[in-house]
Design a protein around this ligand. Structure first.
Ligand SMILES: NC(=O)C1=CN([C@@H]2O[C@H](COP(=O)(O)OP(=O)(O)OC[C@H]3O[C@@H](n4cnc5c(N)ncnc54)[C@H](OP(=O)(O)O)[C@@H]3O)[C@@H](O)[C@H]2O)C=CC1
Ligand SMILES: O=C(O)CCC(=O)C(=O)O
Length: 426
């Protein structure tokens, strides 16, 4: 196990997601001979669209909500990225998340750029009808900036396949024809891909398994703690449980549960079954999310929100490896501490990229009007993840850099090459 540092980073300051994203980019760019102008351009989004969304509540009152869609870069293909419903959604956060989407699509070598959007709302306060009205209105408001060849949204935290179906329906009604390729993560009945819902967590599991293997550990002897038990966390935990690891801790927004013998992860209800059920599970021990992050386990998977591993707690983390399931869970201050402590951090935009990869499969299926079987999706996902892992591993070994820097190097080289080829700089 990693030994906790006696001191935490002295001058640790709160770091916003966009600061983290920019520091990561600058650090990785220093390893490459990429035109300064290209890097400067990539520090900023192409555009950010802000909308006011009138939501009629069930009691008849109207509330005006704020929504965003950030477009970071589309040099490699249409903008792609999820829609988040969460009270902490902000313009800046959407920009950072859209930057990570650009790297994610590039590291996977799929022909999309980076986008992300969201609405400032707590989805747990919405009835089903309110969710539907909000999502339909959002599709209408975003119409000028989205399209199946322009920007293709998908689910993220707080959104789900049912919402993607309403989004597709609302957009299609505006267009006057069914356009399944406008959004991914739909239910299979309306053109969604089998396996999309579980894909981000599945890829976290696949990459964690590769990393466990890389360090010569035995998965049967590996203990895992997972923060968040939604689309990413629950599917990652269940994958690793199926493959022999012992998942000793999981959490939801209200707290964590712990069993030193490992949970039967199928017995714990996830966020999609019923939000907030994890902390109510009958487990040997209950504690806070902050304590989960400092547990003595082999693999820690932060799989809920961003900015949870910071300069404040990175010195206390006892896990031997971190595999990022959430987007942006580690600040650059924490990264520096983990590097100094020799704790490998497998980055988000590689580990959780299964989501956008199966979204790409879904978009292809929509374009070709031909559905793939679940087996084919799993096979192709495994193949794509392996290719990306090998490309990143090669840079990690050849340049003796962190896993995050290695993943950035793979992504940036591809993006820079596309910028050069298109000659986008007048
Ligand atoms: N969905 C996707 O396709 C992808 C998502 N991601 C990223 O993964 C992360 C999780 O997304 P996703 O799994 O979709 O989200 P979900 O909404 O499906 O689940 C979120 C989970 O995190 C828990 N949670 C919420 N807030 C906190 C908190 N403050 N502390 C601890 N746990 C919390 C929720 O608990 P409760 O059940 O109590 O609400 C729930 O278990 C996000 O960073 C997202 O951007 C990355 C790639 C793809
Ligand atoms: O499936 C997609 O298009 C993107 C999902 C997403 O938002 C993410 O990977 O962070």
């Amino acid at each position: 196990m990693a030994t906790a540092e006696s001191t935490t980073e002295p001058e640790s300051e709160a770091e916003s997601a966009v600061e983290t994203a920019r520091r990561q980019l600058e650090r990785a760019a220093a390893h490459l001979d990429v035109d300064e102008g290209t890097i400067e351009r990539l520090r900023h989004p192409d555009s950010v669209y802000e909308v006011s969304i009138p939501l009629k509540r069930d009691d008849g009152t109207v509330e005006i909500l704020t929504g965003y869609r950030a477009h970071h870069d589309d040099v490699r293909g249409p903008y792609k990225g999820g829609l988040r419903y969460h009270p902490a959604v902000s313009r800046e956060e959407c920009v950072a998340l859209s930057m990570w989407m650009t790297w994610k699509c590039a590291v996977m070598d799929i022909p999309f750029g980076g986008a992300k959007g969201g609405v400032v709302i707590n989805p747990k306060e919405l009835s089903r009808d309110e969710e539907e009205r909000l999502t339909r209105r959002l599709a209408q408001e975003l119409r000028p900036v989205i399209g199946p060849m322009k920007d293709i949204p998908a689910p993220d935290m707080g959104t789900n396949p049912a919402m993607m179906a309403w989004f597709m329906d609302a957009y299609s009604m505006q267009e006057g024809e069914t356009q399944p390729g406008i959004v991914t993560g739909k239910p299979p009945a309306v053109g969604g891909s089998y396996g999309r819902e579980g894909a981000p967590g599945r890829s976290v599991g696949i990459i964690a398994e590769k990393a466990i293997d890389y360090y010569g550990w035995d998965i049967e002897e590996t203990t895992v703690a997972v923060q968040g038990f939604g689309s990413v966390g629950a599917n990652a935990a269940r994958y690793l449980d199926r493959h022999g690891a012992s998942v000793v801790a999981v959490s939801d927004v209200d707290g964590a549960i712990y069993d030193p013998d490992g949970f039967d992860t199928n017995d714990v209800q996830d966020h999609d079954d019923v939000p907030g059920m994890v902390s109510g599970y009958d487990a040997p021990e209950h504690f806070s999310n902050a304590e989960l992050l400092e547990l003595d386990v082999d693999v820690l998977i932060p799989g809920a929100i961003g900015n949870v591993l910071t300069g404040e707690n990175a010195g206390n983390v006892q896990a031997d490896m971190i595999v990022e399931g959430a987007n942006g869970p580690t600040t650059s201050q924490a990264d520096t501490i983990f590097e100094r402590r020799d704790i490998p951090v497998i980055p988000d935009f590689l580990a959780n990229a299964g989501g956008v990869t199966v979204s790409y499969f879904e978009w292809l299926q929509n374009t070709n009007r031909r559905a793939w079987s679940l087996e084919r999706v799993h096979e192709e996902l495994e193949k794509e993840m392996l290719q990306a892992w090998n490309a990143v591993r090669k840079e990690h070994e050849a340049r003796d850099v962190t896993w995050r820097d290695a993943a950035y190097i793979v992504a940036l080289q591809r993006i820079a090459e596309s910028h050069d080829a298109r000659g986008l700089w007048p």
